[in-house]
Ligand binder design. Structure first.
Ligand code: NAD
Length: 491
C-alpha cells in the first residue's frame, strides 16, 4: 500500500527542520566540532537533511558511554530483561513502520515495495534474537575420568562497533545490533554518510523503548573521520563492517594493532547460472528480480548471468523486453520498480561502467541511459559480454546485467569462479545431482538452487574470497558477539 502524501510531506518537513545529532549515552547531542554535512534526496539531489559530522571526540564520548553501560547498565541486566527490551524494540519498529519506510525511501532512494519488506525484516531481526537472549549462553561439559570437569560458557565481548553501508541501512544495521544487544553487549553504530537518517529514527525508537543510556549509540559522519577512530578505539574490541572490499582491507589493517575481532561483509559479483534444462520462466523472473530490483544496489545481486549457449538469444531478448518495461520512478510511488541511485557520484560511476562495457566490446542490448534531468535515475542496462571484461569482473552496484554464454557445466563453473569475489551464486537446473555438485564447487558463501535470494535468519550469511571474512546469522552471530571461556575443575 502507498503512504499518504500528507504524511510524506510531514516527514519531509521534520527532516528539514533540524540538524540531526549523534545519539550518545541516551541523549541526542550535537557533534563536538559543530561541523555538519548534508544528505541529498536522490530523486532530486536537493538537500534532504543536515546531520552532524562526527570525529574522534564524538567516538570517544560514545565509547565511554557504551563502555560504562556495558560495565554497569545493560551488561548487568538479566537475559530475560534484555529479551523484553528487544521485543519492545521490534514492536516499536512496526509501530513506526510508515515513518521508517518514508525516511528510507527519501534518503536511500530504495523503492517502497522493497523497503516495506526490509522494515518487516528489521523488526524480525530483533524478535528473532530476543529468543536467543535467554538460551544462548549455554556451554558444554567435558568430564575426564571422574578426575576433572572442563566446561565452557559464553560472555559478551563488550562494546561492538557496527559500520554500515548506504544501500539498506535499517536492515543491515539491525542485523548486527540485535544479536550484539541480545548477548549483552553495547553498541556504537556508524551509519553511511549517504543515508544516515533511519539511524537517527532507530535511536529515537531506542529512547522510546527506554533502553538504559549508553546501550545503543550512534555517531554520524564519514568513514575516515568517524569510522576510523571507532575502528582504532581501545574500548571497542569488536568491529563489524559491511561495505566495499577496499574499505574492508583498510579496516583490517587499522584494526590489526589492537587485534580486534572483525567481521567483514564486502562486495560481490555473483553469478546466476542458467542451464538449458532449467525452468526457464522462473530463472528469467528471478534473474531479473535479483539484478534490477533494489536499484541493482544489492550485495547479493546476480550481476552476471551465465547462460548455456543454446538459450542465449531467447534469454537475452526476453530480458531486454522486460528491462525496457521496468517502471523507473519515484521511490515512494508504490508502482515503481527501480528508483534513483543513491548519489550523483554513484550514478556517474555506474554510467561510467556502461561506457566501459561498450568500449571493451560488449553488446549493449538495452538501457544504460540516464532518465530525466533531475535526480539519479537510469534505465536498467543489459549487456552481452565475456567474463574477462571489466563489467563482468568488477562490482558495479547498479542495475547493470552482463549475460555471458557458456558451453557446458565445466565451462560454467570455470567462468563463475573466475572473479575475485565469492558472495552468492544462483544455479538453475532440473538435474538434481548437478545442482548439488555446483553448490559444492562454486566459490560462494551462499548458493541458491532454483531460487532467488531468500534469507533464513538461522543460516550463515557471508562470502568467500574478496567478499568477506566471516559469517553472521543464527548461532554464527552468537559465536561472533560472545567470548567462549573454558573453565577446568579437578574433582
Ligand atoms: P563503503 O565501503 O564506501 O562504506 C561502508 C561504510 O564504511 C560506511 O559507513 C563508510 O563511512 C565506512 N568507512 C569508509 N572508510 C572507512 C574507514 N577507513 N574506516 C572505517 N569506516 C570506513 O561502502 P558503501 O559504498 O557504503 O556500500 C556499498 C558496498 O557495500 C558494496 O561494495 C556492497 O557490495 C557492499 N555491501 C556488502 C554487503 C554484504 O553483506 N556482503 C551488504 C550490503 C552492501
Amino acid at each position: 500500500a502507498g503512504i499518504r502524501p500528507e504524511f510524506i510531506e510531514q516527514v519531509r518537513q521534520k527532516l528539514a527542520s533540524r540538524t540531526f545529532e549523534h545519539y550518545i549515552g541516551g541523549q541526542f547531542v550535537p557533534g563536538a566540532r559543530g561541523e555538519v554535512f548534508e544528505t541529498l534526496d536522490p530523486a532530486t539531489n536537493r538537500v534532504l537533511a543536515r546531520v552532524y559530522r562526527g570525529h574522534a571526540e564524538d567516538i570517544e564520548r560514545a565509547a565511554q558511554a557504551a563502555h560504562g553501560a556495558f560495565k554497569t547498565g545493560w551488561g548487568r541486566l538479566k537475559a530475560r530483561e534484555r529479551k523484553k527490551y528487544l521485543l519492545k524494540i521490534a514492536s516499536l519498529i512496526e509501530k513506526h513502520g510508515d515513518e521508517l519506510a518514508t525516511i528510507e525511501c527519501l534518503d536511500a532512494g530504495q523503492v517502497l515495495k522493497i523497503v516495506r519488506g526490509q522494515i518487516a525484516r528489521t523488526a524480525e531481526n530483533f524478535s528473532f534474537y530476543a529468543d536467543w537472549a535467554e538460551r544462548a549462553m549455554d556451554g558444554r561439559t567435558y568430564p575426564v575420568d571422574a578426575e576433572w570437569v572442563y566446561y565452557t560458557l559464553r560472555v559478551p565481548v563488550g562494546v561492538c562497533g557496527i559500520i554500515t553501508p548506504w544501500n539498506a541501512p535499517m536492515m543491515l544495521s539491525t542485523w548486527r545490533i540485535a544479536p550484539a544487544l541480545a548477548f549483552g553487549n553495547t553498541v556504537i553504530l556508524k551509519p553511511a554518510e549517504w543515508s544516515p537518517l533511519t539511524a537517527w529514527k532507530l535511536a529515537e525508537i531506542m529512547q522510546e523503548a527506554d533502553l538504559p543510556p549508553g546501550t545503543f549509540n550512534v555517531v554520524q559522519g564519514f568513514g575516515e573521520e568517524a569510522g576510523a577512530p571507532l575502528v582504532a578505539h581501545p574500548l571497542v574490541p569488536l568491529i563489524t563492517l559491511t561495505g566495499e572490499t577496499t574499505t574492508g582491507s583498510i579496516v583490517m589493517k587499522n584494526a590489526a594493532d589492537q587485534l580486534k575481532r572483525l567481521s567483514l561483509e564486502l562486495g560481490g559479483k555473483s553469478p546466476a547460472i542458467i542451464f538449458e534444462d532449467a525452468d526457464f520462466e522462473r530463472a528469467l523472473d528471478a534473474t531479473i528480480f535479483q539484478i534490477y530490483s533494489f536499484n541493482g544496489e544489492r550485495c547479493t545481486a546476480n550481476s552476471r548471468a551465465l547462460v548455456q549457449e543454446s538459450l542465449l538469444e531467447t534469454f537475452v531478448s526476453r530480458v531486454a523486453e522486460r528491462a525496457a518495461r521496468v517502471k523507473v520512478g519515484h521511490p515512494l510511488d508504490p508502482e515503481t520498480e527501480v528508483g534513483p541511485l543513491i548519489h550523483p557520484e554513484h550514478l556517474e560511476r555506474v554510467l561510467g561502467y556502461v561506457r566501459i562495457g561498450q568500449e571493451e566490446g560488449a553488446r549493449l542490448v538495452v538501457g544504460g541511459e540516464r532518465v530525466g534531468s533531475e535526480g539519479n535515475y537510469m534505465r536498467p542496462a543489459l549487456f552481452v559480454g565475456e567474463n574477462h571484461m571489466r563489467i563482468a569482473q568488477e562490482e558495479i552496484f547498479g542495475p547493470v546485467l552482463t549475460v555471458i554464454p557458456f558451453k557446458d557445466e565445466a565451462d560454467a563453473l570455470a567462468k563463475a569462479n573466475d572473479v575475485k569475489y565469492g558472495l552468492a551464486a544462483y544455479v538453475w537446473t532440473r538435474d538434481v545431482t548437478r545442482a548439488h555438485r555446483m553448490g559444492l564447487a562454486l566459490d560462494s558463501g551462499m548458493t541458491w538452487i532454483n531460487s532467488h535470494n531468500v534469507r533464513h535468519l538461522p543460516t550463515p550469511f557471508g562470502g568467500v574470497k574478496f567478499s568477506g571474512t566471516h559469517r553472521e546469522g543464527g548461532e554464527y552471530s552468537l559465536e561472533f558477539y560472545t567470548e567462549l571461556k573454558c573453565i577446568a575443575v579437578p574433582l
